[in-house]
Structures are given as C-alpha cells and as structure tokens.
Write a protein that binds this ligand. Structure first.
Ligand code: GCB
Ligand code: CA
Length: 901
C-alpha cells in the first residue's frame, strides 16, 4: 500500500468510527408513492393493512412535494383541500448497537400529518410550518423492508391557524424528511423537536461576551450514566477559542434533563450585516468511562447586542442601523411551496444582493435553510406563527397557537440573525361576523383576541427574554388600539398600503407621523407595503391599481423616501420579495399576488433595482424598465420617432445616456436620472454611463421599438401591424407572440382610432378602477381582455390599399358569477352592477361580420374571444368598423390589424 491509500483508509476509519458512535442524519426524500384522496384507515387500523396497500395506481413522487402546485393556477376556482397519502418502503439494517434510536423528522408538512410505520400509528402533528419528529424505534423491523406511510390533510380546520389568508395552503410533505439515528444517550429532540441545545448571549460588548448554554439530555437506557459534556467554541478559521468540560449524572431512563453552562469570550469578533462573523459551538456528549462520543452537535454562535429605541431607531453593537428589507413567501413558479433548499438559499442571496439587511419571515416559520442563510449572510430577521386575519375563540385554537409559538421559539433559538418573535397578522381584518350589527359580539371578540395575544406574549417572553416581540396590524389603527392589542407586544408592526388599496401616496406619510404620536413608547416597523406589478404591463400615465411597472415605481420611490427620512420608523419590509400564489385573486395575473419585487421565477422588477441602487455601498447603474424589450408607441406628428421616458437608477451624481449616437446628460436626483428619448422604429441601443472616482460604469439596453403610424400618408416605414388595447392607457408586452399592444386613441382623419364610447371602469366605494378584476378564462394574457370600450361606435383606420387581416377581441366583463371578495381590498371591490343585456352587430367596410352578437350567451362571460376577418381594401376606402347596438351598448376589448399584401 502506498502512502495515499493509507491516508484514504485512515480517513474512512475515522468517518466510520464517528458515525457509528454519534448521530446520523439523512434525508429519505426519494422514491415515495402518493395518492390524492383518503383511504379507509383509522388510527387503529389493522396493523398489516398499510404495508399491503395496493399502490399500483399511486403516483411516484419525490419530496419536497405538494399536490396543489398546478390546481392553484388553473381557471377553476378553488384548489384541493383534503387528504393525501404518502408511502415509502425503507430497508433497515440491524443495528450493531441495539439501543440505537431511530426518529423520523419532518421539516414541514401542511397541515395535519399522521405517521404510520408498518401499519402502526406513530403519532400526529398539527400545523403546517413547524418541524416535528416521532421516535419510530419500536415499530421497526430489522433486516427487512419497513413501510412508512403519512396521511396528510390540508382541509380547513377552525382550530388550526391560519384560518384564512392571502396565500395558498398548499398540501403535502413540502420540505425535507429525514431519518435520524441516535445513541441511547443524546441531546434530546423531545423539547418541541428543537436541537436540545439553547444558546443565550445576554451580555455582549466589544470587550467581552457572556455565553449561557443549556443542554437538554436524554438517557434511554435502564442504567444510571455518567457522561461528560465537552464544549468547544471555534472561530471562523476553525481555531479553538475556548473549551469547557462538565461531568453529568443521568438517572436511568431520564428524559429532558437540563444542564447549564456559562462562559465568557474575551474581545469577541462581533456579528453584523456588514461582517456576519460566526463562531461555532461544538458540543459533545462523551461516555465518562470510555471517552466514546455518544452525541455531537454544532450550533452557530453570533455575538452581537441590539436595542430598539422608539425615538431614535435600531442600534446594533451600539451603532445606528436602519432596517430595510422584504417579506418572503416560500412560493415558486409551478412548484407551489415545494422548494429545494437551494431555492431558499437563492432567495436569501437575492435579498442580500439587493442590499437588504432585514427579513420578515412572513407569515409562518419557513425552511431551516432560510435562517441559516440569514446568519451567514448577515440579514436580521423576525419570525412569526401564522395567526392571520382572524382567530377562533376555542380552547383548541389557543392550545394550538401556544404550541406553535413554543415550537417556533425552541426550534429557531440559536440564530444570531433573529431578533424578533411575532405572532399575529391583521387579526382584526376579517371579522367572523358583521361588526356594525353585532357591536356586543365585537367587544367580546376583541377582548378574546387581546387575551390570546397576552397568553402568547407571556409564553414567548418566558421562553426567551433576550429578544423582542411584535404584533402586526393593518391600517385600521384605532381598532387595534381600542381592543388593547397594541399594548401587548414590545414592537408594533404596521401593514400600510395608502396609495394602493386606499387614499393617496401622501397619506402614508401622515399615517406614519400619526402612529408615532399614538404610540410614542413603542418602536414601529412598516412590516408591509407594496403595489402589484405585472412586469409586462406599462403606462405613460400610470395610476393606482393599473398593475403597471411605472405605478409600482412611483409607489416605492415615495415610500422609500418617507421611510428613510423618519428615524422613529425603525425598519421596513417590502411586501414582498417575490410574487406568490393567492387563489382568490383575479386581476392582471390570476391567482397571483404581484406585489413581489421579483416574479414567481425571480425575474427582477424595476423596484428590486431601485432598492439595490439606494442601499448599495458600491457603485450601481442600471437602466430602468430593463425587462421591457419590445416597446411601442405612435409617431410624433410629422416625425418618424416617438418620444418616451427612460429612467436610469444610479448612486452616482450624473448619468450620460447615449441613444443611437446622440448623447444626453442628466443629474441623478434621489437615485434616478430621467431622460426623454426619441425611439425610432426597430432597433434602439441605449447606453447609460456614470463615472465614480474616475472609474466608468455602464449599462446597456437594446429595445425593439414598434412605431405606429400617426398619419398613414406620412409614415416612412412600411405599415405592417397595429395592436390596440381599448378602454385603457396600458401597454402590454407579449414576449411569446413577440408583439406589443399600445393604448387606444381617438380617430382623426388620416390616422386611426375609435369613435364614441367610454372606458370600462368598475366602480368601487372609493371611485373606480382602471380595469376589470376578473380572471379571464381561456387566455394567458388576461390584461389585454380586462379593459374595453363601452358604447363604441366605430373603429377607423385610413390604411393604404391592400389585403389585411383584422382581429377583434372580446371578453364580457359584466358578469353575474359569484366571486369571493378579497378582504385585503379594504372595500375596493367593485360594487356589483346589474348585468346588462348586450346584443350588437359589427359591420366591416359595409359588410356584416357579426349579427346579433351576444357574448354572454354565445360564449359565457369572463371568457376570451378572438376572431379574425380577412379584407381587401381598395380605392383608398381604408378600414371602417361600425358597431351597431341591438340591445345595450356594443363593446370592444382589443383591435389588431396585420397587412398581408
Ligand atoms: C396584507 C397581508 C398580506 C397580503 C397583503 C396584500 O396586509 O398581511 O398577507 O398578501 O396585505 O397584498 O394585500
Ligand atoms: Ca430543507
């Protein structure tokens, strides 16, 4: 044997000897069978029944898995909420050490899980967002195949939070599943499936850090045992900083014995977002006689101290730090909530890369990877249990909520990035009764909420006195104050949407100042703010609820400035890091909440770049609307270009912009340089440049501009096509069909446009909305059908002679179908209108192309209809569409024309 082989053998020996003594943890994610539906099984099932289940028709799946990733996105309302079964066989080798324990450990199953091993029931866990395990040792058969089966139920349960929410309760085993093998003496996992090790750093300064450790031990043998707890703190380089050694006596079968240890670290390296320095604590249980390692664990240790001041803000290690970041939902395109660890890692990097130093882990504890990454990257966090919108006034609900709170605290205890425990989100939003008619009932309910809040608050503070607590409310401030909810937690979180759901942007500023006056002794965090943005929708005249990139930008520019200029706003979390699925939502992209600053696929929206520019300490230059590659607009009168705004995000002073060899300069104001650029038909190259410390930074964007004729006779390029949206100011970029839809205009001679009618604007209690909120059936491009011109008389184009294909698009937007009202809309829902009886004729250049068209009757409402008509235009007659009412008012949603010859 040569030297190398020796080394390999030697290393293998070490690996084996360690793993045979200490714990083993490994996933069993692959090779599961899944059945959507229930089986005739009860907890007392015939013990052999499950292994023999005929699973021939079961689907093969891997974990992470959810059964709702697709049905939540389809056109049919609702998604499957019920039972699903998972099953897997595992061969268990006989253990050399007969006392070895085997646990099955789940990182998250939504929402009730019953676990069976070889047909025997091992236990049940309630709640979809916390970790749990069962000791399955006594159910296993060695040197044989064993059948693991999990019944999962995501049905609505009045006693399990969350009851309702603006996100999807995806069912399934959607996070990793592990088997854990332990020696009989080990760090207990029986304390709410925590690691059995708790680290406190109650006093930290630049000179010294006091570290308090608590270990929870189990002795599952019938003998008294003496063990040594050996503790080693290592720094980032792996150098040992300190060791402790403690002898402990464990009684036979003693469970959850708590041992304490205290030590100091001199001149500690501090943890902060700029330098997230982590020590590690390696703790071992050793047999006092043999010295064998019985169990082993490694926990992160970050040394920092922090303070919230209601007036001055947040201080970390004695220094002021404005907390700015996002919320996050665990959704991804077509995957629902079933994400691999790498995808959680990616999201945390996305937040860090943006310059964020703060994450609200909303509205529920997430995969362990999230907090691990926050520790490593330096992102401060709050975490919460999912009591959202409402509570149930039952003992069982209270019990479950308290249980979840304890799981959350114990399972996430050692993360230095975590500074806030939270537990209620907008609980006075969705009252389970009518507040106006049931005043007395409301008083009782409000009191019960405050009682529950106090119970959870007490529990959390008992478990951890070194962090802060928080309750998150919506904008109806007095409700929470009057109910007494606001006096329970240490910090108040506010979800504010002025300028989106209600009011105008400046009422946000007023709200902040008012909140500070009302709660001078509590620190305030803007826990949510945001506006829905569909990255393909644009407008040169943006307005509230139009879903355009441009309105989202205006909203965030305003909010960011208001937040930054108020020190008493200690922190803010954008709603949301990413778009996420919400089944009841229609609007621009059905079933999706579009308030993410990235999409479901993590495509970065403008707002992500805005924050990156503002928050970065290094030079950033980025062209705004950088995902908008196919643009369009009408030529200026007598010109062959169309002037449109271009924004550049920059943290420099000046930006130079080069467009097709012309150069423009603009000052950077509030991190934005604004330009007006004459786009020409076809290719437009835009290069933005800034100089910082005599170094140049550039960003380049290629835009394919589709110039639409103003006067057909003056149009220099050959006329090819025109795609027009009616009843709107919105522009829609269709990347699949490689085309752009531009807004309507009124007809003038020589040009093109509509005659007569008005834009369809659904009425709400506060005014009207720029588009319908219906999910359009049979279309992937809902926004183009969600607006229309009502009462249109003509659509005319003075096109040159030739052969054309004209396409007309409709969707009947007056619908009598029942739709769930979104509570988040705060009354912004459209006021229900009577459905009019609508029948009309359409005449193209004198010929009837539609007679007695009744969209609702022929196709059903809310449905996308598109129809093409060929026509030859001769003798300069142009194209003339006449809409003639038979009953009610004619409508048109989209108009397209393409020249064939
Ligand atoms: C809120 C909720 C959040 C919603 C958000 C919205 O206040 O806390 O769950 O998703 O508003 O987008 O309406
Ligand atoms: Ca995981």
């Amino acid at each position: 044997m040569n030297k190398q082989t020796y080394i390999i053998l030697f290393t293998l020996l070490i690996v084996f000897s360690v793993s045979s003594q200490s714990r083993q943890t490994f996933t069993i994610n692959n090779g599961w069978k899944f059945y959507k539906g229930d089986l005739e099984t009860s907890k007392n099932a015939n013990s052999e029944m499950l292994p023999e289940l005929n699973d021939a028709n079961w689907e093969s799946v891997n974990i992470p898995h959810t059964w709702n990733n697709i049905d939540v996105t389809d056109d049919t309302p609702g998604y499957y909420r019920g039972v699903g079964w998972y099953k897997k066989t595992v061969f268990m080798e006989a253990e050399q050490n007969p006392k070895t324990k085997t646990l099955i450990y789940f990182e998250g199953v939504n929402q009730v899980a019953d676990v069976y091993v070889n047909g025997q029931w091992a236990g049940q866990h309630k709640g979809g967002y916390t970790r749990f395990h069962f000791d399955i040792t006594s159910f296993l058969k060695y040197d044989q195949q064993n059948v693991l089966a999990v019944k999962v139920d995501n049905s609505h349960d009045v006693d399990i939070p969350p009851l309702s929410a603006d996100f999807t309760f995806f069912g399934g085993i959607y996070r990793d599943v592990f088997l854990i093998k332990l020696n009989a003496v080990h760090f207990s996992m029986n304390d709410y499936s925590s690691s059995g090790i708790y680290i406190n750093t109650p006093e930290v300064s630049k000179e010294e850090a006091k570290v308090e450790m608590e270990y929870v031990l189990n002795n599952d043998t019938n003998q008294n045992k003496t063990v040594a707890i050996v503790n080693r703190v290592v720094d980032k380089q792996g150098e040992t900083v300190l060791t402790t050694n403690k002898k402990v006596k464990l009684g036979k079968n003693q469970k959850n014995k708590a041992i304490k240890d205290v030590f100091e670290i001199k001149n500690p390296k501090l943890w902060s977002p700029d330098n997230p320095y982590l020590y590690s604590v390696i703790s071992q249980i050793k047999d006092a006689e043999t010295g064998d390692v019985l169990d082993e664990s490694m926990e992160p240790l970050g040394l920092r101290w922090f303070k919230f001041d209601p007036e001055k803000g947040f201080f970390l290690n004695g220094e002021y730090l404005k907390l700015i970041g996002t919320n996050r939902h665990q959704d991804y395109l077509k995957k629902g909530n079933a994400l691999l660890d790498e995808m959680h890692v990616r999201d945390m990097r996305l937040l860090k890369d943006m310059g964020g130093n703060f994450l609200r882990i909303s509205h529920y504890p997430q995969d362990p990877t999230v907090l691990e990454m926050c520790d490593r990257l330096g992102i401060l966090t709050s975490i919460e249990i999912p009591i959202v919108n409402a509570i149930t006034e039952s003992e069982a609900f209270t019990e479950n909520a308290l249980f979840m709170a304890e799981e959350m605290v114990k399972q996430n205890y050692n993360h230095p990035s975590l500074i806030i425990w939270a537990y209620m989100n907008e609980v006075l939003l969705r009252l389970p009764f009518d507040q106006k008619t049931e005043k007395k009932r409301y008083e009782v309910y409000a009191k019960n909420i405050t009682t529950l809040a106090s119970e959870i608050e007490t529990k959390i503070r008992d478990l951890d006195s070194n962090r802060y607590t928080m309750i998150v409310n919506h904008g109806a401030i007095s409700r929470y104050k009057d109910a007494g909810v606001t006096s329970v937690p240490m910090i108040l979180g506010w979800n504010l949407y002025q300028g989106w759901y209600s009011g105008n942007l400046s009422s946000f500023d007023k709200n902040l100042d008012e909140l500070h006056k009302l709660f001078p002794k509590q620190s305030l965090i803007v826990t949510e703010y945001g506006a829905d943005v569909h990255p393909r929708l644009h407008s040169l005249e943006p307005e509230r609820f139009d879903y355009t990139v441009e309105y989202g930008n205006i909203y965030h520019e305003h909010y960011l400035e208001a937040i930054q200029s108020r020190p008493f706003i200690v922190g803010a979390n954008i709603w949301n890091l990413n778009d996420f699925y919400s089944e009841a939502r229609g609007y621009a992209q059905p079933r999706t909440n579009l308030k993410g600053i990235t999409t479901l696929e993590r495509e970065k929206k403008d707002t992500w770049w805005l924050y990156k520019t503002v928050l970065s300490k290094t030079p950033v230059i980025k062209l705004g609307q950088n995902q908008w590659k196919i643009r369009g607009g009408v030529a200026e009168a007598g010109k062959n270009f169309c002037v449109q705004p271009v924004t550049v995000y920059s943290n420099g002073d000046l930006v130079e912009l080069r467009h097709n060899d012309k150069v423009y300069n603009a000052k950077v104001i509030n991190n934005i340089a604004r330009f007006s650029i004459p786009f020409v038909n076809g290719k437009n190259r835009i290069v933005a440049k800034m100089t910082v410390n005599s170094k140049e930074y550039i960003d380049v964007l290629d835009v394919d501009f589709r110039l639409a004729p103003n006067m057909f006779s003056e149009f220099e390029d050959e006329f090819y096509e025109l795609n027009v949206l009616l009843g709107t100011k919105r522009i829609y970029e269709d990347k699949v069909k490689d085309q752009v839809w531009i807004p309507e205009q009124e007809y003038v001679k020589g040009s093109w446009g509509y005659v007569g009618g008005q834009a369809f604007r659904p009425k709400t209690r506060f005014g009207s909305l720029p588009s319908s909120d219906l999910d359009i059936i049979d279309s992937e491009d809902d926004p183009i059908y969600q607006t229309q011109r009502v009462g249109i008389r003509k659509f005319k184009l003075d096109v040159p002679d030739g052969k054309y294909v004209v396409s007309l698009g409709w969707a009947e937007l007056e619908s009598d179908k029942e739709h769930e009202k979104l509570v988040y809309n705060l009354g912004n829902d459209k006021v229900s209108e009577t459905v009019s009886d609508r029948v009309f004729n359409v005449v193209l250049n004198g010929n009837f192309i539609e007679k007695n068209l009744n969209l609702a009757e022929a196709y059903g409402s809310e449905k996308a209809i598109s129809k093409k008509y060929e026509i030859v235009v001769l003798n300069g007659e142009g194209l003339v569409l006449d809409f003639i009412a038979v009953r009610g008012k004619p409508v048109l949603n989209t108009f397209q024309v393409r020249k064939i010859q």
